[in-house]
Design a protein around this ligand. Structure first.
Ligand code: SAM
Length: 225
């Protein structure tokens, strides 16, 4: 992520409100309703202000949250302190994160893989696979090429003018839009628990806009002895 993009996130997280709100995707909260929690560990990659971390920690997960945005991490630390939640939050580039083997019961990457350049994206995907415990769960969502932000990017790059519709005010920070089914196929060695692609309105921040989502819940295979 370019330095200008870090500044953008620092500025949007800088207000008193929560930029993306506290609402989480239903497939994620539904999944956690069924999970045993005692002694479990979670990693939230590109946590932003930490809405997924806060939820995980409230559920009892010892949660490690990392993001490059100092403003996001400071806000999360404050919330974690106020509510005495088991969150360790660090200002860290995913590029410098050391993925250790079989460390986490759940790893979340909510709209972050699409912010990473190709090399880092693939390194991160391999890192997630390594760092999840056997039978651990992954929750990742990204935006796809059906997103108005992608159409706007294509429009800017071509002479053919299209009307992309309203785009997110952080669309400029997007590095990559996933093809249909790409996210699922990148984790084809995992058991898919839930997969969804669809276009939805987003009223959580800035001008109302649409997003084309790909959302994946998947489970790492059990250890074969
Ligand atoms: C769209 S926001 C999503 C935030 C959060 N996951 C959520 O759903 O509320 C993307 C986040 O990824 C972070 N990010 C992007 N590239 C990163 C990198 N290389 N290392 C750490 N964080 C990164 C940004 O700072 C930003 O907070």
């Amino acid at each position: 992520m370019k330095d200008a993009y870090i500044k953008k996130f620092d500025s949007v997280y800088g207000s008193n409100d929560s930029y993306y709100g506290f609402e989480l995707r239903k497939e994620f909260t539904d999944y956690l309703k069924k999970k045993p929690l005692a002694g479990q560990t979670a990693l939230d990659l590109g946590c932003g202000e930490g809405r997924y971390s806060l939820f995980l920690a409230q559920k009892g997960y010892a949660t490690l949250a990392i993001d490059r945005s100092r403003a996001g991490i400071e806000k999360l630390k404050k919330m974690a302190g106020t509510f005495q939640l088991p969150i360790s939050a660090e200002v860290l580039d995913i590029e410098n994160f050391v993925f250790e083997e079989n460390q986490f019961d759940i790893i979340v990457g909510a709209t972050v893989l699409d912010h990473l350049c190709r090399k880092l994206r693939h390194k991160t995907i391999n890192g997630i696979k390594k760092s999840l415990k056997p039978e651990g769960a992954l929750y990742v969502n990204v935006f796809t090429v059906s997103d108005p932000g992608y159409r706007a990017k294509m429009d800017a790059a071509s002479k053919i003018k299209i009307n992309p519709g309203n785009i997110s005010d952080t669309a400029e920070c997007m590095e990559y839009y996933f093809d249909s089914n790409e996210l699922k196929s990148l984790f084809s060695d995992f058991k898919t628990l839930y997969y969804y692609e669809g276009i939805e309105p987003d009223l959580s921040h800035g001008t109302p806009h649409d997003h084309a989502w790909a959302c994946l819940l998947a489970q790492k295979p059990a250890l074969v002895l």
